[in-house]
Write a protein of this length. Structure first.
Lengths: 213, 161
């Protein structure tokens, strides 16, 4: 009887400590609800505007990928659209292409419906996949909160790890006034086999509209 | 019919008057910094929004109401627009006038947001709507990266008064 009591007490204390440690480690991450820097990214498969489905695993022969959470409707995303197209133009041939993902709940903004995504991708001649994250599971796994929200992934033997999280550059309003190109710097460093210097930045963006909110 | 026209005219005049009252100040970071560091016993409610952000617009009336009800209680509400400065005259000012907003409106023209987002709150990812309630002399602040309603705002404010 006494033994049982002590066993229960120890179990409760251990559980308490484990919970505390767990939450502490969660807090230590910059994106508490998603991948942090260095995290390994789980494979995902999403529907592309072209009708095919695209998986992260399809990129196993690339040096990495630039994952951009974006939308049709968001003015910040629109302001960055040409720059996202530019990133793919510049880096796809260097084996570091763009994957664009729209996770927004289309019932919030009709502009983000799959049909409108298709239209936008063909009008602007996206050279990269534009995927619909209909269950929002991919945005949640990454911890994406806003658009545009960029995750630069390095591939080493089919293991994709997060090397940079944040904004594309330091001026959403005017591409000609940009002084810091965070995503380009990160990709250039990875391609050169160097560590990424600025690993995380923040930017104002449209909140991703969640279905259960 | 004439009465209606007269009323409409009065309404327009009133709107015009209101429109003249409200301005949108384009500001830089130091003006926000001042609010964050002032030692006065004023409770500031800073709401980050934009004219094209649906959840932001749906909560604006609550901030307007709080502004009207609490302005004599040392509470200052500021709606800080994240609209692009090029849209000031074509979008932001018409929006503010059309809604007859009496709350102070700023347009923060600091596109390198990575430099200042953490200074508002380290937990803010940068998504809008977002709201900071701060009172420096009481050493209190709360931050929300979410939409708020009137009851929630009043409840949160009660801790500051």
């Amino acid at each position: 009887m006494k033994n049982k009591f002590w066993l229960a007490l120890v179990a409760i204390l251990a559980l308490g400590m484990a919970t505390t440690l767990f939450f502490r480690s969660q807090l230590a991450q910059a994106s508490p609800n998603g991948y942090g820097i260095g995290a390994t990214v789980a494979n995902f498969t999403l529907q592309n505007v072209g009708g095919n489905s695209v998986s992260l695993a399809d990129y196993k022969d690339k040096k990495g990928v630039i994952v951009v959470f974006t939308t049709n409707h968001c003015p910040f995303a629109k302001a960055y659209e040409e720059r996202i197209i530019g990133l793919d133009k510049k880096y796809a041939s260097l084996q570091f292409p763009v994957i664009a993902i729209n996770s927004n709940d289309a019932s919030d903004y009709e502009e983000d419906s799959f049909d409108n995504m298709k239209k936008r991708a063909s009008e602007k001649r996206y050279s990269f996949p534009y995927l619909q994250d209909i269950t929002q599971a991919v945005a949640k796994a990454f911890g994406a909160t806003r658009t545009p929200h960029v995750f630069v992934l390095k591939n080493e033997g089919s293991k994709f790890t997060v090397q940079y999280i944040g904004t594309i550059d330091d001026n959403y309003q005017d591409p000609t006034s940009v002084t810091k190109r965070y995503v380009e710097d990160a990709v250039n460093n990875i391609l050169a086999g160097k560590p990424v210097v600025v690993t995380q930045t923040k930017a104002v963006g449209c909140a991703i509209g969640w279905k259960d909110a | 019919m004439r009465k209606i026209i007269a009323l409409l005219g009065l309404g327009l005049l009133f709107n015009h008057f209101e429109a003249n009252c409200q301005q949108v100040n384009v500001i830089k970071w130091p003006e926000v910094q001042e609010v964050l560091t002032t030692s006065s016993d004023t409770t500031y409610v800073l709401n980050f929004w934009a004219t094209w952000c649906k959840p932001c617009i749906s909560e604006l009336p609550f901030f307007e109401e709080v502004h009207k009800k609490y302005k004599n209680k040392n509470v200052k509400v500021v709606l800080i627009s994240m609209d692009f400065v090029k849209d000031l005259n074509t979008r932001v000012i018409p929006f503010v006038n059309q809604r007859n907003l009496s709350t102070k409106v700023w347009l923060l023209n600091e596109p390198d947001a990575n430099e200042w987002i953490d200074k508002i709150d380290s937990t803010w990812s940068g998504a809008i709507p977002a709201t900071l309630i701060i009172n420096n002399s009481k050493k209190k602040k709360v931050f929300f990266e979410q939409k708020l309603d009137y009851d929630r705002l009043v409840k949160e404010l009660s801790d500051f008064l």
